[in-house]
Design a protein around this ligand. Structure first.
Ligand SMILES: Nc1ncnc2c1ncn2[C@@H]1O[C@H](COP(=O)(O)OP(=O)(O)OP(=O)(O)O)[C@@H](O)[C@H]1O
Length: 367
């Protein structure tokens, strides 16, 4: 099956499925009625702030935690009560959890050597070397895992999981310990491995960039609840709530009041014909949809006066920071592919404006 391209759930082809899973720690509801499925050869990213329940969700799928309510299915079977080691689900931990006194190949082959694989030594070696090659560590099989870099250890942890040929691999912040360069390379390799082995990956990350870059679908969590499931394009283009827009870290959010199809905020009153229902009135404008003009320039749409504070060069874009009179920091991104960036005078005021049709309006009163 090809990875799916929409956020819709297809129960017949799912590799795993969670039905109404709730997990409590004492009074704390770590997972609240979570329902989710994943298809074959799909890459799913969990995105959410710290403490939102991402790791708990992974641990419930893996079988390290038992839910108080709900069911977990894998390959069409109810595995809610099956112990973790009988599930056949791979798990790569945040801290890699390698055996420090063993070599790369001894770590990679550990599960086959010590499990019930029934393979002979030559077959175990062949399969382990193949995985070492797939994760890009050929030639390093004899080294101790204390003689390789953090990124290489991460690959060993992945190869060790993949030798068991699981259909589902759970990755808990697998790239968190790596520098930006290595993270980029590992992302590409994870994609290539997914293509080559047809494994479904579920990847937990606190980084919105990583979630959007990696996932065929992104699952957004907040306080134990799944608040949106969709392709990166759907989540980015149509965040389901102000909280999702906030986690994506790509939108300026303005408070105000939505009434009778008009949003009134610190930038004036703007027509808002298509609002998304929400418990708060919030106006969201993407960082890369804002423009800055001289305060004396005529502006027809919404505009807010703000002082230029600083800019940051991000490689493919420049992020400019402004501060409005009420202290609200407004971010404006300029993609360098669109031409040279504007330069701004420190501590000077500008008018920030945008096309209101490109804003996303959330409100209690929706027509
Ligand atoms: N063993 C535990 N006992 C009690 N509370 C726990 C336990 N594990 C997690 N929690 C709580 O459950 C909530 C969800 O935690 P979880 O680790 O799933 O969050 P997370 O989204 O993975 O966070 P992070 O990004 O910081 O790793 C948090 O409030 C956390 O403090």
């Amino acid at each position: 099956m090809r990875p799916r391209t929409t956020g819709e759930v297809d129960l017949d082809t799912s590799v795993f499925r969670l039905d109404g899973v709730t997990k409590r720690y004492g009074d704390l509801v770590a997972l609240d009625n979570a329902t989710l499925d994943a298809g074959e050869n799909e890459y799913i990213s969990f995105l959410g702030p710290s403490g939102s329940g991402k790791t708990t969700l992974l641990r419930v799928i893996a079988g390290f935690e038992a839910p108080e309510a709900g069911r977990v299915f894998f390959n069409g079977k109810d595995i809610t009560n099956l112990p973790a080691h009988e599930r056949g689900i791979g798990f790569v931990f945040q801290n890699f959890a390698l055996f420090p006194h063993l070599s790369v190949i001894q770590n990679v082959s550990f599960g086959l050597t010590h499990g019930k694989s029934g393979l002979n030594a030559a077959e175990i070696e062949r399969r382990s070397l193949e995985m070492i090659e797939i994760v890009g560590l050929s030639g390093m099989q004899g080294r101790g895992v204390d003689q390789i870099s953090g990124g290489q250890r991460q690959r060993v942890a992945l190869a060790r999981t993949l030798t068991m040929q699981p259909k589902l691999v759970l990755l808990d912040e697998p790239l968190g310990a790596l520098d930006a360069n290595l993270r980029g390379r590992m992302r590409n390799e994870l994609r290539a491995i997914r293509e080559r082995l047809g494994v479904t990956f579920v990847h937990v990350t606190g980084s919105e960039t990583e979630a959007l870059a990696m996932g065929d679908r992104v699952v957004v969590l907040d306080r134990g609840r799944i608040i949106q499931i969709g392709t990166p394009g759907e989540v980015y283009g149509s965040p389901a709530s102000p909280d999702v827009a906030h986690f994506l870290n790509r939108f300026n959010l303005f408070e105000g009041k939505l009434a009778k199809g008009t949003f009134t905020g610190p930038f004036g009153a703007v027509p808002a014909a298509h609002a998304v229902r929400s418990d708060r009135d919030i106006y969201a404008v993407r960082y890369d949809r804002m423009q800055a003009v001289d305060p004396s320039a005529p502006v027809s749409g919404p505009a807010i006066r703000a002082r230029f504070v600083a800019s940051e060069y991000l490689g493919s874009s420049v992020m400019n920071f402004f501060e409005a009179g009420d202290g609200h920091v407004i971010e404006m991104e300029h993609h360098l592919s669109l031409g040279a960036p504007q330069t701004f005078e420190p501590r000077q005021d500008y008018l920030l404006t945008w096309n209101p049709e490109q804003a996303i309006v959330f409100g209690r009163e929706v027509a």
